[in-house]
Structure formats: C-alpha cells, structure tokens
Design a protein around this ligand. Sequence first.
Ligand SMILES: [Zn+2]
Length: 376
Amino acid sequence: MFRTIKVALPFDQSLAETAVAFNEACQIVLNYGSRHRVYDKSVLNKATYRQARKEVPGLPSALVQTARDEASEMLLRTGFAKVTKKRLSIRYDGRCFKFYPESGYASLTTVLGRINLPFKHYAYMDRWRGECTNAQLVIRGGRVILNVQVKLPDSPFKATGKILGIDRGIRNVAACSDNSFFNSRHLRAVKGRYQFLKRRLQHVGTRSAHHKLGRVSGRERRFVLNTNHCISRSVVNKPFDVFALEKLGIVKKKANGKWLNRRLGSWSYGELQRFIMYKAEAQGKAVVFVNARYTSQRCCRCGFVHRQNRRGLAFHCGNCGFSLDADLNAARNIEVLGKSEYLRLFVNEPIVAPGEASPTGVVDGSCKPPDSLGGS
Ligand SMILES: [Zn+2]
C-alpha cells in the first residue's frame, strides 16, 4: 500500500526556476500531443525529447522525462484538449530526488544542480518507513510542499466476514449496523456558526474582512478534516473487518428538508469514505460498496419494500409492523447487501460468522451447515 508524506520545505529560488522550466518542457509535450492526438510515452519521447532539451536547456534530462510522463497523463485525462500547465509543480522520480526522514532533509534535482533542503521530522514518518518511489513538489503562494509517495508492506488481509453496515446521512453522519451512531448535531452547530460568520464577512467586503474570511474558511476546513479522521478512526477500530458503505452520489437529501441540507448538505462524505478506506487497508480490513437503492425503504426484518415504510426519522414496516430508527434500518440493509458483495468479491464459499447462523443455517441458500463454519 502507498502512503503520502507531506512536508513543507523552505522556499528556494532554484526550485521556482526549476518549476518554470519543468512547465515549459511539459507544455512542449502537451502541444505536440494535442496536435497529433497521441499520449503514448515512447512516441511522445521520440517526438519531443530533443526539442525540449534544446528549448529548455537548463532542465536536467531526468526532469524532462518526468515532464513528458506528466504531460502524457494530462493528455489522457483531458482527451487531447489544448491545455496549459499553469500550476507550479515538479514531478520527481527515484532518479532525481532522495528523501531522508531520519536525518530530516530531502535532496532534489534543480536547474542549478542538486540541493538539500531540511524539513521538520514527525513521529509518523518513522512508522511510514519504506521505499520512496516518487514525489511531487508544489509551489503555491511562496510555500513549497513536497508530497512523497512511500511504498509500505501490505497488511495481511484478515477479513473473516464480520461485516458492519454503515449508512451515511444528514442527521447521522454515520449510522452503523451495530447500533452505534455518529450524530451530526455538534457538526451542524459548528458548521452553522462558520456559515453565519462567513456570510457576515462576505457582507462587509473590506480587505481585512476578506483576509479573515480566508482564515475562517481554513479553520472550518480543518474542523471537517479532523472530524472525518475521528469518525473513520473509530469506525475502522470496531471489531469488524469488512465495512459496507453505500455507493456515493445520492445522499438522501429530500427526506431531511431544506434546513438540514443547508447546514450539512456539503459535508465531505467522499473524504470520510477515503479515510475509512485507507485506514481499513492499513489494518488489513476490507471495504465493499453496495447499491444504495431502497436501503431506506426496505424492512431489514422481513424485506418488504415500500415508500411509506419510512416516516421521517422512524422506520415502520407496513408488512410485519417492525419499527426502528430509519438510519439504523438502512445500515442493517447495507450490512445484508454488503455481506453478499463481500462473498462475491472475496470468497467462493460463503462464511457465516459464529453465532450468526440463522435457525435454518442458511443465509444465501447455498450455505454450508453451521458446524463447518466459523473457524476459517
Ligand atoms: Zn417488515
């Protein structure tokens, strides 16, 4: 698995010059690629390498090549559109940078030769010790950030099939099928406060208000980031090893009304999902995705699907009379769907966790008898 170590480096003029030269080399390849509609790296290399070396004489050969790689990927991404690389960034590969977290410095190739730049060492860097295959340097507003990709050994996959269904929503950022909730009341209050403050600052419109707005937005952003880290951490640390989430896209907006949507409609569910995924990966756990359709309308006890089943915050089955918190009911449905998805993806033989075998011993209609299960 890969992790990215992000370090701040002191600003150095040679880095800025290198970034400008890198963009020029990149642009030569981009122009050629969009004109001839090619993104193949070896074709681009043959066609543009000499030109790039001639027109950007200071840029070392290794960086001309990473510029070509980056251009190739941009061409593929944009479908050969005429694009201009504006962002000041440099891509480094193993030949043109070295990263020494224990000594706290990075060695980078620039137009003025190799330079060593110090950075602050943090404890997590000792845990993320591995091969540093590539890095990206970004210069923005006088700040230099180096993102180093580290290859770490994979955690052994230990999924035994204990599945947790997680329903994401507005009232509960996450509701889990083990009856735990991550309530959004506090988040809504804080978000609401920031929104009020931001609206007022926008209204003032002076220069200092504008600066303050930037600071407030930063603070709000970090609040969201931190909360997502905390939620994903406690979800992944639960004694389950497969996490089922509904596919993102449709966050159930209608049922919650305008007021709630405004307060939390822009919560970063995608970020929460990414955090759950990478934290699960680090522990050798798995994440599966299920189709979100009908998860809030289906009764998790009898399977009866009807729109009227859900009434606001409560779920009430029109068939068997079962009542439950609506989000919890959805989470349990996601767990059931997640189980079949997990079986489809990871195992050929269905596994039923001990104690979960239903009286008939059958979950999928194709299950082995309960006595042969569990220990795997
Ligand atoms: Zn029912």
